[in-house]
Design a protein around this ligand. Structure first.
Ligand code: IMP
Length: 430
């Protein structure tokens, strides 16, 4: 039985939460492998609304093991707050069902401050980050000066590590006109939060190897989307981690054969939050309709998402880069009632036709989409659970997307409700 990795194939917000939740019923272990609390999704279970940012989706299902891998950057205060909030809602969270990689790097308050200061200083050139400190925390990890979860277990050497980190950060803070931080104040804050998070620390790589040996099904839960990947995305308007499925291996310690099936989550149109190129963005009536019907506001920051038509060129590229085996198409119902739909099938760059998205930032912002127009459908697709429930034009739209993106549809999600899914191929049975 293959394990499944779920990744977003656009700029995030594809509706991964619902699909991961649906798949987690079939898995015993759910693992996050990159990103941090910049991610956010809402789960509705038996009418109760759960908002998750850092915790894997499996946490709301009893009997599942939730794991945060080493590829994730962990804000211990945000984590403690999220745990407490969910516990208040009746979710049981203890070291029995939540394990966090002891070698995960921490996000500290100074990271969030630096993120916000840089964004403010950049003016119009800002990235549009979530200001959660994700980028600065990954910088410290790669710069080999990060404080890691396991460091909290060794208070004797913690101060020395904090001093080394602050040599770097205080120089930056002085340059930005900010007050310096003393090692003692940061160490005191870390000691205070330690009892809330350290009990969850463990050797995740080992736990996952043991789980696999015991025949347990593992679900890898990606955050963000391939177009925000630090290598393959619309650089520099990206997040600071690799979000492609390959990161499931490095971000957990399970080796390159980690997942047998990679499921890409693809929204039936396109959205983006934050700055950066977006060839099919629609500033007019259609963009507004998609935003309103799709309730396109950020879960973490509440920002209005930019909206536009489906871009088959970008999605095809994302799926290939991430080795996707099949897609889950989401939010098809948002297109209900539109007389015709446009799909980007290529780009024009200074009169030259392109069948892929160029890597350079200038070219990325200059390409003009070449559209194909597809007839829309009048009837509702909301809540459909079989192909037979879909209008013929909706089926044709999905089939045309499959051709253009060169990847089969494994399932279609037709509403936010957990069971409103048309299943073509069960990823766990493939
Ligand atoms: P950061 O991850 O906070 O550094 O933000 C970098 C870029 O990624 C910004 O454009 C954010 O809007 C975007 N981003 C980060 N996390 C998410 C997400 O979960 N969904 C959608 N966009 C995200």
């Amino acid at each position: 039985m293959a394990d499944v990795a779920v990744i977003g194939a656009q700029w995030g917000d594809e509706g991964k939460g619902k699909v991961v939740d649906w798949l987690s019923a079939r898995a015993e272990v759910v693992v996050r492998f990159q990103g941090g609390h910049n991610a956010g999704h809402t789960l509705v279970v038996d009418g109760e609304v759960y908002k998750l940012s850092l915790l894997p989706s499996g946490i709301v299902r009893e009997g599942k093991m939730s794991v945060i891998g080493n590829g994730v950057v962990v804000d211990p205060w945000a984590l403690a707050e999220e745990i407490a909030r969910l516990q208040k809602q009746g979710v049981s969270i203890s070291p029995v069902n939540l394990v966090i990689a002891e070698n995960a790097a921490l996000i500290l308050p100074l990271h969030g401050e630096l993120d916000a200061l840089r964004e403010a200083a950049a003016g119009d050139g800002k990235i549009g980050t979530t200001k959660r400190g994700i980028g600065p925390a990954y910088e410290d990890k790669i710069g080999r000066r990060a404080i890691r979860l396991i460091d909290l277990a060794h208070p004797g050497s913690l101060k020395e590590k904090v001093e080394k980190l602050l040599t770097h950060h205080n120089a930056l803070r002085r340059g930005l006109g900010e007050q310096e931080i003393t090692p003692d104040e940061l160490v005191a804050k870390l000691k205070e939060v330690t009892p809330k998070v350290l009990p969850f620390a463990g050797p995740v790589w080992k736990l996952l190897h043991d789980a696999r040996k015991a025949g347990k099904r593992i679900l890898y839960e990606g955050a963000q989307g391939v177009l925000l990947d630090v290598d393959h995305g619309t650089y520099p308007y990206v997040t600071s981690s690799n979000v492609v499925a390959g990161q499931a291996a490095a971000g957990t310690g399970l080796g390159p054969k980690t997942s047998g099936y990679v499921l890409g989550i693809v929204k039936a149109y396109t959205t983006r939050v934050g700055e950066g190129p977006f060839p099919t963005e629609d500033h007019g009536e259609h963009g507004q309709i998609l935003g309103e019907r799709g309730r396109e506001f950020g879960t973490v920051t509440g920002r209005k998402r930019r909206c536009g038509w489906f871009d088959a060129v970008l999605v095809r590229q994302s799926l290939k880069i991430s080795g996707v085996d099949g897609i889950a198409l989401t939010k098809l119902d948002v297109l209900d009632g539109l007389p015709e739909l446009k799909v980007c099938v290529g780009y024009d760059l200074d009169g030259k036709q392109l069948d892929h998205f160029p890597a350079g930032m200038d070219a990325q912002s200059q390409v003009k989409p070449v559209y194909e127009t597809i007839p829309g459908w009048r009837d509702s697709t909301e809540g459909a659970r079989s192909w037979a429930d879909l209008p013929a034009e909706a089926v044709k739209y999905v089939r045309r997307l499959e051709e253009l993106i060169e990847c089969p549809v494994a399932l279609v999600s037709t509403s936010p409700e957990r069971e409103d899914v048309i299943l073509m191929r069960d990823p766990y049975e493939s």
